[in-house]
Design a protein around this ligand. Structure first.
Ligand SMILES: [Zn+2]
Length: 151
Protein backbone atom coordinates (compact mmCIF):
# COMPACT_ATOMS: atom_id res chain seq x y z
CA UNK A 1 0.00 0.00 0.00
CA UNK A 2 1.36 3.43 -0.95
CA UNK A 3 1.29 6.48 1.30
CA UNK A 4 -1.51 8.17 -0.68
CA UNK A 5 -3.66 5.03 -0.44
CA UNK A 6 -2.92 4.74 3.29
CA UNK A 7 -3.82 8.40 3.82
CA UNK A 8 -7.09 7.95 1.92
CA UNK A 9 -8.00 4.80 3.91
CA UNK A 10 -7.13 6.57 7.15
CA UNK A 11 -9.39 9.48 6.13
CA UNK A 12 -12.29 7.00 5.82
CA UNK A 13 -11.47 5.42 9.19
CA UNK A 14 -11.17 8.86 10.82
CA UNK A 15 -14.54 9.94 9.41
CA UNK A 16 -16.28 6.73 10.53
CA UNK A 17 -14.81 6.99 14.03
CA UNK A 18 -15.85 10.65 14.25
CA UNK A 19 -19.43 9.76 13.25
CA UNK A 20 -19.48 6.91 15.81
CA UNK A 21 -18.01 9.22 18.47
CA UNK A 22 -20.59 11.96 17.76
CA UNK A 23 -23.44 9.41 17.81
CA UNK A 24 -22.36 7.77 21.09
CA UNK A 25 -21.73 11.17 22.72
CA UNK A 26 -25.24 12.38 21.78
CA UNK A 27 -26.73 9.07 22.95
CA UNK A 28 -25.07 9.39 26.38
CA UNK A 29 -26.17 13.04 26.65
CA UNK A 30 -29.72 12.10 25.62
CA UNK A 31 -29.82 9.33 28.25
CA UNK A 32 -28.57 11.76 30.90
CA UNK A 33 -31.24 14.32 29.91
CA UNK A 34 -34.00 11.70 30.04
CA UNK A 35 -32.92 10.73 33.57
CA UNK A 36 -32.66 14.44 34.51
CA UNK A 37 -29.04 13.85 35.53
CA UNK A 38 -27.03 16.96 36.39
CA UNK A 39 -23.82 15.40 35.03
CA UNK A 40 -23.37 13.38 31.82
CA UNK A 41 -21.58 10.10 32.47
CA UNK A 42 -20.08 8.81 29.25
CA UNK A 43 -19.93 5.03 28.83
CA UNK A 44 -16.52 3.34 28.51
CA UNK A 45 -17.41 2.56 24.85
CA UNK A 46 -18.09 6.27 24.13
CA UNK A 47 -14.79 7.29 25.74
CA UNK A 48 -12.88 4.58 23.84
CA UNK A 49 -14.39 5.64 20.49
CA UNK A 50 -13.74 9.34 21.24
CA UNK A 51 -10.07 8.52 21.96
CA UNK A 52 -9.79 6.34 18.84
CA UNK A 53 -11.26 9.17 16.70
CA UNK A 54 -8.76 11.64 18.16
CA UNK A 55 -5.86 9.20 17.62
CA UNK A 56 -6.90 8.54 14.01
CA UNK A 57 -7.13 12.29 13.34
CA UNK A 58 -3.62 12.81 14.80
CA UNK A 59 -2.22 9.90 12.78
CA UNK A 60 -3.79 11.30 9.60
CA UNK A 61 -2.28 14.72 10.33
CA UNK A 62 1.14 13.07 10.86
CA UNK A 63 0.86 11.10 7.59
CA UNK A 64 -0.11 14.13 5.51
CA UNK A 65 2.87 16.07 6.89
CA UNK A 66 5.42 13.39 5.89
CA UNK A 67 7.60 14.41 2.95
CA UNK A 68 6.41 12.93 -0.34
CA UNK A 69 8.51 10.86 -2.72
CA UNK A 70 9.93 13.67 -4.86
CA UNK A 71 10.88 11.58 -7.90
CA UNK A 72 7.36 10.12 -8.16
CA UNK A 73 5.89 13.58 -7.62
CA UNK A 74 8.08 15.04 -10.39
CA UNK A 75 7.10 12.23 -12.77
CA UNK A 76 3.40 12.94 -12.08
CA UNK A 77 3.94 16.68 -12.52
CA UNK A 78 5.60 15.95 -15.90
CA UNK A 79 2.56 13.96 -17.03
CA UNK A 80 0.26 16.85 -16.09
CA UNK A 81 2.59 19.30 -17.87
CA UNK A 82 2.47 17.12 -21.02
CA UNK A 83 -1.33 17.07 -21.19
CA UNK A 84 -1.48 20.13 -23.49
CA UNK A 85 1.07 18.88 -26.04
CA UNK A 86 -0.01 18.36 -29.65
CA UNK A 87 0.60 15.00 -31.40
CA UNK A 88 4.01 16.41 -32.43
CA UNK A 89 5.06 16.95 -28.82
CA UNK A 90 4.79 20.78 -28.62
CA UNK A 91 2.91 22.73 -25.96
CA UNK A 92 -0.22 24.53 -27.19
CA UNK A 93 0.76 27.86 -28.75
CA UNK A 94 4.43 26.99 -29.19
CA UNK A 95 6.00 26.80 -32.69
CA UNK A 96 5.29 23.36 -34.19
CA UNK A 97 7.07 22.43 -37.38
CA UNK A 98 6.35 18.72 -37.01
CA UNK A 99 9.50 17.11 -35.78
CA UNK A 100 8.71 13.92 -33.84
CA UNK A 101 12.16 12.40 -33.53
CA UNK A 102 15.46 11.88 -35.39
CA UNK A 103 14.66 11.60 -39.11
CA UNK A 104 10.89 11.83 -38.58
CA UNK A 105 9.20 14.84 -40.13
CA UNK A 106 5.39 14.78 -40.10
CA UNK A 107 4.38 18.29 -41.13
CA UNK A 108 3.47 19.75 -37.75
CA UNK A 109 0.36 21.63 -36.71
CA UNK A 110 -1.50 23.75 -39.25
CA UNK A 111 -0.01 27.25 -39.36
CA UNK A 112 3.21 26.14 -37.65
CA UNK A 113 1.83 26.84 -34.16
CA UNK A 114 0.92 23.94 -31.87
CA UNK A 115 -2.85 23.48 -31.62
CA UNK A 116 -2.40 21.51 -28.39
CA UNK A 117 -3.83 18.16 -27.38
CA UNK A 118 -6.65 17.30 -29.81
CA UNK A 119 -8.22 15.05 -27.14
CA UNK A 120 -8.20 17.62 -24.33
CA UNK A 121 -9.33 21.21 -24.83
CA UNK A 122 -9.44 24.17 -22.44
CA UNK A 123 -12.43 23.77 -20.11
CA UNK A 124 -12.79 20.00 -20.62
CA UNK A 125 -13.63 18.08 -17.44
CA UNK A 126 -10.87 15.67 -16.41
CA UNK A 127 -12.32 14.11 -13.28
CA UNK A 128 -13.20 14.90 -9.68
CA UNK A 129 -11.48 15.55 -6.35
CA UNK A 130 -12.15 13.41 -3.26
CA UNK A 131 -14.70 16.09 -2.27
CA UNK A 132 -16.36 15.63 -5.72
CA UNK A 133 -15.26 19.01 -7.10
CA UNK A 134 -14.47 18.83 -10.84
CA UNK A 135 -10.99 19.12 -12.35
CA UNK A 136 -10.88 21.00 -15.66
CA UNK A 137 -8.23 21.78 -18.27
CA UNK A 138 -7.22 25.39 -17.44
CA UNK A 139 -6.47 28.16 -19.92
CA UNK A 140 -3.02 28.00 -21.52
CA UNK A 141 -1.43 30.71 -19.37
CA UNK A 142 -2.66 29.20 -16.07
CA UNK A 143 -1.63 25.54 -16.44
CA UNK A 144 1.23 25.91 -13.93
CA UNK A 145 -1.22 27.00 -11.22
CA UNK A 146 -2.74 23.97 -9.38
CA UNK A 147 -5.72 26.09 -8.35
CA UNK A 148 -6.56 26.73 -12.04
CA UNK A 149 -7.22 22.97 -12.50
CA UNK A 150 -10.06 23.13 -9.98
CA UNK A 151 -13.38 24.36 -11.34
ZN1 LIG B 1 1.89 20.06 -33.47
Amino acid sequence: MKKDDATRELARITQALQWASDHLTRLDESNAARQLASVVLYTPLTVAVQRAAQAAAKLREYLTELPVDESAQRALAQIVADLDRCPHGRHEGDPCVGWTGPGLYTGGCEGGISLGNPHLKTGDHLGYTYASNPYVMPERGRRNDPEAWKA
